[in-house]
Design a protein around this ligand. Sequence first.
Ligand SMILES: [Fe+2]
Length: 290
Amino acid sequence: MRNMTEEELTQLVLDGYSNTDNPRLREILLSLIKHLHEFVRDVQLTEPEWIEGIKYITAAGQISDDKRQEVILFSDLLGISSLVNMISAKVPEGATESTVIGPFFLENAPERAWGESVAKREIGDPMIIRGKVTGMNGEPVPNARIDVWQTDANGMYDVQDSNAPEHNLRGYYRTNERGEYLIKTVRPTSYPIPVDGPAGDLVRAAKRHPWRPAHVHAMITADKYQTLITHIFDGEDQYLDSDVVFAVKESLIHDFRMNESEADAKSFGVNAPFLDLEQNFILPKQRVAA
Ligand SMILES: [Fe+2]
């Protein structure tokens, strides 16, 4: 271990982790070490620069809590979340595409009854999202759970807005016996990612804008089907082609149609006119282990 060259050091570190029992963990660790060492060599990283890097990573941890997730934000901003999604969450042709989960999902959101709105205060344009959850052969999926979360008309999630009612624009619905669902909400707005922490420093340093195009997040879980984590994007948004976290997919962009029908409004328990989106979620069956 004395008088090592750079290459010998890298090999020694790799050897140090080569007995890791779990084969997948070993594969990940060895590749990570190889690439990190290569990165340090590539940019000829200096000690003061690495201290800055450590401070940066530490700050992301320190600003995170049960309502704020700066590390996911970093992953999103560097395109890692989207790349992992592209590689690992591929679905067969015909299934609804997935995208990143983002930093604002909360466990333990409340259940919303059929016809209940997730909007707990009167701002924003009323919107209905309705349709079916089905399998790949069109079979309805009853009792599927549809979690939704989104920004209010002020561009903030409930967890960022101390004036918002608890769990505003957040909750989960269940499909009925025919696989149908009905989400009552308001039009989501585009929003800047939080820029008051280290993720903001990164965006400013790169002279990028901090905006995400307006979307409703949805996560659909059902027995025997693959979980779907996706977005419903507003097709009129100006940031669709410059999403700061690189998470837009063409098939997830929708036309939020204005519905002026009094009869439709009555059947959904809203006032006309309202934004009306029909959207089916199509889920592949869970992979069965061989
Ligand atoms: Fe979002």
